[in-house]
Ligand binder design. Structure first.
Ligand SMILES: Nc1ncnc2c1ncn2[C@@H]1O[C@H](COP(=O)(O)OP(=O)(O)O)[C@@H](O)[C@H]1O
Ligand code: SF4
Ligand SMILES: [Mg+2]
Length: 358
């Protein structure tokens, strides 16, 4: 029986599991995220206008098992990076809970912020901005362990080992500066830097998106090798469905701050249920000709995340929208218990009142 991906009792009776609740036969959720929310206040155009809120991340829940990769996909602005920043506590959530290896920030016996950031590392899209231009590559990689009190020579030795691990000869590259490297080489350095503190979870936010296709493939292969060799767990964020399919075990699709579908890579790419997921797949340049989709490719832009439409947030672009879609927000609901596939669409909720409801 595959492990449920939703850490919330309210979703189809799925049992929430932290390390403390997990029996030995069950896979261990390394990361559990429950009901995470972030609304950003923004200025109104009008003087004395109403207080406006961008609903960037709204009630997001998921889990990642140790050793697995969860891919997060969705169009620009759907809340992927905000989710990552919330997990890292780079910004404070308005609501929600995050457990890493069964421990929470600030709980008695839980993580301090420093411990959390050591165990959870992030690689961003912009390889140049992430590196200090005044530090050599090996000093950049050594910086994290140094700031955690590891003796200098040890940190340099480890940095050079990590450079070799990410495919850069330490003798050739160790003393170079970021501007002397290509984008792909810089991203390899960023990956080495993220690994320097032996994290248990690595968040990759559009980490390969800025690279040329051939370099992107090389860095993706490196990430897959590292995951295998070091037993890493990834949260892999990208707008590119092909890349997410290649690296992920499970995939979460976001739309306007909400999770609309969550399932195994096989379910998501071969049996997508949500019209948005289907439209995203239909819109990608090359796709499997065997997949027969009812949905035309995605057209138009998502609505404004300030005061999004009530009910289903996708309804303004959905070919199947009916009255119920405007009135009732569809809950993320299991549509295949055997594979823990979940979807937030009235067509897949029994008795939801949609003419196509199962
Ligand atoms: N600091 C912020 N202040 C106001 N709005 C923000 C802020 N950060 C992100 N947003 C908004 O939140 C939404 C989600 O953004 P983001 O998480 O960056 O999306 P993605 O990474 O999926 O492209 C967008 O509408 C974005 O404009
Ligand atoms: S709930 Fe309604 S509007 Fe939303 S995706 Fe399903 S059919 Fe379309
Ligand atoms: Mg982003």
């Amino acid at each position: 029986m595959p492990h449920a991906r939703l850490p919330d009792l309210s979703f189809g009776g799925i049992v929430f599991m932290t390390a403390a609740h997990t029996t030995s036969a069950e896979p261990h959720p390394l990361l559990s995220v429950r009901n995470l929310r972030k609304y950003f206040p923004v200025r109104s155009d009008r003087v004395m206008g109403p207080r406006l809120l961008v609903q960037a991340v709204d009630d997001v829940s998921f889990t990642i098992n140790a050793g697995e990769t969860l891919g997060i996909v969705g169009e620009s602005g759907c809340g992927k990076s905000t989710t990552a920043r919330l997990l890292m506590h780079l910004i404070a959530p308005d609501a929600g809970e995050v457990w890493l290896a069964g421990r929470r920030l600030g709980d008695p016996g839980g993580f301090t912020l420093r411990e959390l950031r050591r165990n959870m590392q992030m690689v961003f899209q912009d390889s140049y901005a992430s590196l200090n231009p005044r530090l050599s590559v090996q000093d950049s990689i050594a910086f994290g362990p140094r700031s955690h009190g590891v003796p200098k020579q040890k940190t340099i030795d480890k940095a050079r080992e990590l450079l070799a691990l990410v495919g850069l000869d330490p003798n050739q590259f160790g003393r170079r500066y970021p501007h002397e490297l290509s984008g792909g080489q810089r991203q390899r350095v960023n990956i080495a830097r993220a690994l320097a503190l032996d994290p248990i979870l690595v968040i990759l936010d559009e980490a390969v998106s800025a690279l040329d296709k051939s370099i992107e493939a090389q860095v993706l292969n490196l990430l897959m090798d590292l995951k295998h060799d070091l037993g890493l767990t990834y949260l892999f964020i990208s707008h590119d469905l092909n890349v997410v399919q290649y690296v992920s075990d499970y995939v979460l699709v976001m739309y306007l701050g909400k999770v609309v579908e969550l399932g195994s890579v096989d379910d998501m790419y071969h049996r997508p249920r949500h019209p948005y997921t289907q439209a995203l797949l239909a819109s990608r340049p090359s796709m499997d000709p065997d997949i027969k989709l009812e949905q035309p490719p995605l057209i138009g832009d998502p609505p404004n995340p300030i005061n999004p439409p009530p009910g289903c947030r996708f309804r303004t672009r959905c070919a199947f929208a009916e009255g119920v879609c405007e009135k009732v927000e569809p809950a993320l609901t299991i549509c295949n218990a055997a594979t823990a596939h979940a979807v937030a669409c009235h067509m897949h909720i029994a008795g939801a009142g949609h003419s196509r409801s199962v």
